[in-house]
Design a protein around this ligand. Structure first.
Ligand code: UT7
Length: 331
């Protein structure tokens, strides 16, 4: 028997209908389409407006699309990981609710939080459970309702983020396809550059924290940008080097969609032609845990069995890394 690896065998996605364009943002804060486009590459993002709906609403829709496309019996799913920085509720596990709602009655699951690297790190977790031989079907969902934690009077953050969800099914593979290698890193030096100050255990919510708008995302964009550019590019270059991949060997780069300039720097460091770099930031902005699965869902039809995919991400904490994966099916 060949060595077992963990392959992605199906993907699904969901984005809400409401489109927040740069033009609409011009009416909300002191910004303009030209600034946003040239500094970030973003033209519009999706916002979940449905009353009372949290991140799970989108995670369930993405999972349901995957289940339907793959004609999967949800009771066969062993495990569900919801990668998210915006769980529905504090304490109560979002993955448990998602599992029940999609009929995955035999699954256990949990949420995984590593800011914008949540899905990337989740790929490592999902793959490890498969390769260990303990589980056969692990559903990894990346979902974030960023609009629930963004201050729409702060032009430095509200132009960047959007809502969305994507899902990927991991299954055992004996053909050598699926996850090949990973380079994952964290550095607590990033703690104060990208965060929500209040509402956690360090500074619980109070009238004062709400009045000070400390329940919203704060980002020192310039500092995060500097770390992101060098670390995401380094991680992707390292994964190529370690696996003897030349630019010709890489079929597709799937970079976290935070800023077009960070994506370009990563691709250039890898020596990759633009045609191999997958981008949908113009449509969705930064959806945090959902960027990588949304890329897979949007570009699934282009992927061929055996294609070499390199994923790269960078996020708060700091957290970052790169994964090399061989695509396992033709769609
Ligand atoms: O996904 C998790 C990781 N996050 C990231 O990777 C994000 C990394 N950071 C970035 O993408 C960029 O730093 C931003 C897009 C957030 C900002 O771009 P920047 O080129 O670093 O701009 P800046 O913060 O240096 O600001 C330049 C100028 C400032 O004005 P002054 O001080 O030069 O007069 C800002 O006040 O642009 C101003 N500015 C804006 N102007 C129009 C900041 N935000 C806006 C805005 N519209 N929305």
């Amino acid at each position: 028997m060949n060595k077992l690896s963990a392959a992605i065998t199906a993907v699904g996605a969901y984005v809400p209908d409401f489109i927040l364009t740069n033009k609409l943002l011009e009416e909300m804060v002191d910004t303009n389409d030209e600034w946003i486009t040239s500094r970030t590459g973003i033209k519009e993002r999706r916002i979940l407006k449905k009353e009372g709906a949290g991140t799970s609403y989108m995670a369930i829709k993405a999972a349901e699309e995957l289940i339907q496309k793959r004609n999967l019996d949800p009771t066969e799913i062993d495990m569900i990981i919801v990668a998210t920085a915006t769980p529905d509720l504090q304490v109560s596990c979002t993955a448990a609710y998602v599992a029940s709602e999609i009929g995955a009655t035999n699954a256990f699951g949990y949420d995984l939080q590593a800011a914008c690297s949540s899905f990337l790190f989740g790929m490592s977790t999902a793959s490890s459970y498969i390769v260990s031989g303990r589980y056969k079907k692990v559903l990894l969902i990346g979902a974030d309702k960023m609009s629930s934690i963004i201050d729409y009077t702060d032009r430095t953050t509200c132009i960047i983020f959007g809502d969305g969800a994507g899902a990927a099914l991991f299954e055992p593979n004996e053909e050598g396809l699926g996850l090949q290698d990973e380079y994952l890193r964290t550095d607590g030096v990033g703690r104060n550059f990208l965060k929500i100050d209040a509402g956690g255990s360090q500074l619980p919510t109070s009238l004062e924290t709400v009045q000070n708008r400390q329940h919203y995302v704060y980002q020192d964009g310039k500092s995060v940008f500097k770390f992101a550019v060098s670390n995401m590019a380094d991680a992707a270059a390292k994964i190529m080097e370690r696996n003897n991949l030349s630019d010709n060997d890489v079929t597709w780069l799937l970079p976290h969609q935070a800023n077009m300039r960070i994506i370009n720097a990563t691709a250039s460091r890898m020596g990759l032609d633009d045609s191999k770099v997958l981008v949908n930031i113009e449509k969705y902005g930064n959806t945090t845990s959902a960027t990588l699965p949304l890329l897979m869902a949007d570009f699934e039809k282009k992927f061929k069995k055996g294609d070499n995919l390199v994923f790269a991400a960078f996020g708060g904490g700091f957290t970052w890394g790169s994964i090399y994966l061989k695509w396992a099916y033709n769609s």
